[in-house]
Design a protein around this ligand. Sequence first.
Ligand SMILES: NC(=O)c1ccc[n+]([C@@H]2O[C@H](COP(=O)([O-])OP(=O)(O)OC[C@H]3O[C@@H](n4cnc5c(N)ncnc54)[C@H](OP(=O)(O)O)[C@@H]3O)[C@@H](O)[C@H]2O)c1
Length: 314
Amino acid sequence: MMDKNAKIYVAGHRGMVGSAIVRELNRQGYNNIITRTHKELDLIRQDQVEEFFAAEKPEYVFLAAAKVGGIMGNSEALADFMYDNMVLEMNVINAAWKNGCKKLEFLGSSCIYPRMAPQPMKENCLLTSELEKTNEAYALAKISGLKYCEYLNKQYGTDYISVMPTNLYGPNDNYHPTHSHVLPALIRRFHEAKEAGLSEVTCWGDGSPLREFLYVDDLAELCVFLMNNYSGNETVNAGTGKELTIKELTELVAKVVGYEGKILWDSTKPNGTPRKLLDVSKATALGWKYHTELEEGIRLTYQDFLNNPMRAER
Ligand SMILES: NC(=O)c1ccc[n+]([C@@H]2O[C@H](COP(=O)([O-])OP(=O)(O)OC[C@H]3O[C@@H](n4cnc5c(N)ncnc54)[C@H](OP(=O)(O)O)[C@@H]3O)[C@@H](O)[C@H]2O)c1
């Protein structure tokens, strides 16, 4: 268990996941959290990362910093997604280990699993067949990060763990018009369509893919829980175990935002993977369960979007 005044470094604390982890740590009374903005510490710069860890020697690290993007961002910049994520992960995990960090938790993503993995996807389907091409570079970097944690555990007896969340949403999400994930992108589009009085909105694909969504505060609770209660080389999936079609999600977002126009589908645009559902029985058996239902979570997220006009532009 982490002591309430243990020195904890949250990497990526201004991002959606990192900020939720900081909120959860504060809520639970942890009082020695250290953070650095991207400007203060560029995690791609090995010299800066080594200097920071040597000076601060954090006892625990949550690695929630990453170069993150939607289908378009990922597929247009495969080289950048691989380089930035791979180098950032190796720098942070290696410097943590060299400076005696007791425990590190690495945040990955469900895109590490094969495109055609049996559904729902269990942790042990990792590396059993081909990855989805559109985010292969990102997935390979994430697999390298979790494997590096596993190899350090095996070679040097560290206690470094990893967690693989499904699609996340919540406060501090990225609402960029072309580089955001599906749920925040829909919030922005329907909000703007409502403001502009548009009679119809066209969405990508045919709406048939099935997806799962987890509210980020529920993930943050799991991250702190795992830091205190889980050790092991195999990753832990984080999700709700529930899925819906993109069409159903779209209708739900339109309802919460209050957009009453028509929703059209452009089936010349790609759908992405047909189905992506995580098997969350491992996290459940450890004693965790999500508690924010999707409609409530979208409502909270939309409120955050309205309260943070700058965030909506990032
Ligand atoms: N969002 C999802 O749906 C989702 C789903 C599954 C897993 N995850 C995982 O959760 C983690 C965090 O995702 P997120 O959604 O919170 O992303 P995010 O909101 O974009 O946050 C990422 C954070 O990392 C920082 N960062 C990026 N490159 C950096 C660098 N070179 N040096 C220092 N800081 C850097 C960013 O700072 P700047 O903005 O200043 O660059 C940002 O604060 C990722 O590992 C991701 O794979 C996310």
